[in-house]
Design a protein around this ligand. Structure first.
Ligand code: PEP
Length: 252
């Protein structure tokens, strides 16, 4: 049995004070929801405040990015070692990082190794652009992102990794994928690659989420499909009531 995960990617939103208020509301709203892993991914500056507020709760915390080096002359960067003092998760290879900051499957791969070395659970994003979808390249793109992103990651670690299937055309656009299409991609493309790389058992125990314009209104449609193990939520994770409803849907 794969435990569902609902993760909220706040992106570059919320000051520390605003984060305090959102985390407080979420800690109350999410308190009684069981059977689902709840994860908040605030901006770096809000992590300490969130960690203090979440102490003693079952709500997990993560960062939205990391640098793969431990420490040193990398101005403006944050390492896995630093993140691991306060967090259990880290987002890797979000399409906004790939598009605006030049991240590649190779840097994703280095980041995964660094996260694993510090016992952080990587949430690794993969997904095709609209152009790639329209030219029938979805399968090829996803296979490449997974093969290269997870290169040399061994079987013992793969089921600790969470994959988020996030079609780029669905992120922040209000145009979510249909639940059936997302299920088909996960079932027919993503799990088979994992199976080819790691065998049936490891592939079946790896959680694969859907992300892209998930809202309280459409969330449950995704979670009826057993191949979809939860959601990575962007915009809707900034509103406590909306994120609570999505998490409730994820808990079933
Ligand atoms: C995301 O940032 O990962 C995301 C899926 O955003 P949104 O839910 O706003 O589409």
């Amino acid at each position: 049995m794969r435990k569902p995960v609902i993760a909220g990617n706040w992106k570059m939103n919320k000051t520390v004070e605003e984060s305090r208020s959102l985390v407080y509301d979420l800690s109350i709203g999410l308190r009684d929801i069981k059977g689902v892993e709840k994860v908040l991914l605030p901006p770096y500056l809000s992590i300490l405040t969130a960690a203090a507020l979440l102490e003693g709760t079952d709500i997990g915390l993560g960062a939205q990015n990391l640098h793969w080096e431990e420490k040193g002359a990398f101005t403006g960067e944050i390492s896995a070692q630093m993140i691991a003092e306060f967090c259990q998760y880290v987002l890797i290879g979000h399409s906004e990082r790939r598009t605006y900051f030049g991240e590649s499957d190779e840097t994703v791969n280095k980041k995964i190794f660094s996260a694993i070395a510090h016992n952080l659970i990587p949430i690794v994003c993969v997904g095709e652009t609209l152009g790639e979808k329209e030219t029938g390249q979805t399968g090829e793109v996803l296979v490449r992102q997974i093969l290269n992103g997870l290169k040399d990651v061994t079987k013992e670690y793969v089921s600790a990794i969470i994959i988020a299937y996030e079609p780029v055309w669905a992120i922040g656009t209000g145009k979510a994928s249909s639940a059936e299409d997302a299920r088909n991609v996960i079932r027919d493309i993503i799990r088979p690659v994992l199976q080819e790389m790691y065998g049936v058992q490891a592939a079946n125990s790896t959680r694969v989420l859907y992300g892209g314009s998930v809202t309280a209104a459409n969330a449950s449609g995704f979670f009826v499909h057993e191949d979809i193990d939860g959601a990575l939520v962007g915009g809707a994770s900034l509103k406590a009531d909306e994120f609570v409803k999505i998490t409730q849907a994820g808990a079933g």
